[in-house]
Design a protein around this ligand. Structure first.
Ligand code: HEM
Length: 453
């Protein structure tokens, strides 16, 4: 294990990490129930003092707009505990560096390039369908997130890097999950606090996870190009590194951007697909609606970019899934200078936790918020919605760069997978949530697959 991996192994669990501080809440049986109860009792801006630190928990749309849009430059990204995962990638940095890193990448996420990516995404989905056919025939129980995470990694590697996935996604992503599961860090920390001498062995799992993670960018770069495409995001980043006029793009920046896409660009998509399959298994009539729509829109041929646009029912299922289970359930910022929110004096250095989950489950913004109703997102519904009441991709200038691409990926995967298979969830209902850095199913999402004729 490298010294770098060892040094990194516990940063999410260090006492100063906000993730460690809120870990008792995250470890609750029903963390989101606790969150919603707290907000109902205390209002939309809850100040919480934790030792020397003040945290403000925000769930009111006016305050969210204040932080993410109107005063965005006063609220810096907080990614302390996640540095080992992301380094100094775009998602973590602010100011001039953020601009220099984001700007040249934007064209690779412009809606007009998704038509170019579609054939590669299709290849990834078809490969997963072949895999599912074998699993269905064998009658095996499958863990949905293993499946959807592998699929998401395959789509990203092919579309953005022109590579086949050059690592074992199941092993790598279970390692990353071990690292981002704050509860793991909490138990290690508590052992240390209690003077336990097992800390070296307890440190082992997160350190190994990070060790594996740090090797991935070189594995991607070193893998043979898949189709030798001229213009890919990976090639652009490598040219930027070689360009003396782009000094922000050093080698580490390229490594960190690749890591960012391999995590922020895959886990979120995988969770969305996993939770969607779970909801569809509970609502077979909605799954039938997706099948019917696919049959009408593209029938027996491959879906085209225009078809993807026309799959509005499938899209509304995805959007409703993201409302109920936003993978990024909390966005964290640090105040740069003093400010005022809802009459509270916010001091420079205070932490701000904004919760898309809380906004999505607030009855002031959503009628019967706990009900799964894709019709809420029927075409034309956006005009009726309160602005900033729907935040699965964040808001303001730090809005998710890959949000549109993720939507194409999820709609394509849902329509094709559902038309050929009937995935049946066999776990506990409702599926309990584990709030770690993302909104995870506590006991996974076990499924049986049935192949349709
Ligand atoms: C359903 C899937 C996805 C969800 C729910 C999601 C969610 C988010 C959210 C909430 C943010 C803002 C974080 C903040 O404000 O602190 C974000 C940022 C970002 N996401 Fe996504 N994301 C998804 C898929 C993707 C994909 C597929 C990619 C790329 C391939 C991607 C790349 C990024 C990047 C680069 C940023 C940072 C943007 C910046 O700081 O300028 N995301 N994402």
């Amino acid at each position: 294990m490298t010294p770098e991996a060892r040094a990194y192994s516990q940063t999410l669990g260090e006492e100063h990490s906000i993730w460690f501080k809120i870990s008792p809440f995250l470890s609750a049986d029903d963390p989101m129930g606790v969150l919603m109860k707290l907000l109902r009792r205390r209002g939309g801006c809850v100040p919480i003092t934790m030792r020397e630190e003040k945290i403000y928990l925000l769930s009111e749309i006016a305050h969210i707009r204040h932080v993410l849009v109107d005063h965005v430059d006063n609220y810096a990204k907080y990614f302390d505990g996640l540095k080992p995962i992301f380094g100094k990638a775009m998602i973590t940095v602010d100011g001039v560096l953020w601009q220099k890193v984001r700007k040249p990448q934007q064209p690779y996420f412009h809606p007009h390039v998704y038509a170019d990516y579609l054939p590669y995404l299709l290849i990834a989905v078809r490969a997963r369908m072949d895999q599912w056919a074998k699993l269905a025939a064998a009658g095996e129980t499958v863990e949905a997130l293993e499946q959807t995470w592998s699929l998401a990694a395959d789509m990203i590697c092919r579309a953005l890097f022109d590579r086949e996935v050059p690592f074992n996604p199941t092993a790598v992503f279970s390692a990353v999950k071990a690292y981002t599961d704050v509860a793991n860090h909490r138990s290690v920390r508590l052992k240390k606090v209690a003077g336990g001498l097992q800390e070296v062995s307890a440190d082992e799992a997160p350190a190994q996870a990070i060790g594996a993670w740090l090797t991935l960018p070189e594995a991607v770069i070193g893998a043979p190009p898949w189709q030798a495409r001229e213009n890919t995001l990976l090639k652009m980043m490598q040219s930027a590194e070689a360009d003396p006029d782009m000094p922000a793009w050093d080698h580490q920046q390229v490594m960190d951007e690749i890591k960012q896409y391999l995590w922020a660009g895959t886990e979120t998509t995988a969770l969305t697909l996993g939770w969607a399959l779970y909801l569809l298994s509970q609502h077979p009539e909605v799954a039938e609606g997706i099948r019917r729509e696919g049959e009408q829109v593209y029938g027996d041929r491959d879906p085209t970019p225009e078809d993807i646009e026309r799959l509005s029912y499938t899209r509304s299922v995805m959007l409703e899934t993201l409302r109920l289970y936003p993978p990024a359930w909390a966005l964290i910022r640090t105040a740069v200078a003093d400010d005022e929110i809802a009459g509270h004096k916010v001091k420079a250095g205070d932490r701000i936790v904004l919760s898309p989950y809380a906004v999505h489950h607030d009855a002031r913004y959503w009628d019967e918020p706990e009900a799964f109703r894709p019709e809420r997102f029927a075409p034309g519904s956006m005009q009726k919605r309160a602005k900033y009441s729907y935040l699965p991709f964040g808001a303001g200038k730090r809005f998710c760069l890959g949000g549109q691409l993720a939507q194409v990926e999820v709609v394509l995967a849902l329509t094709l997978l559902l038309r050929r298979f009937r995935p049946r969830y066999i776990g506990q209902v409702p599926a309990p949530i584990a709030a770690s850095v993302t909104l995870m199913p506590r006991f996974g999402l076990p499924f049986k697959l049935e192949q349709l004729s």
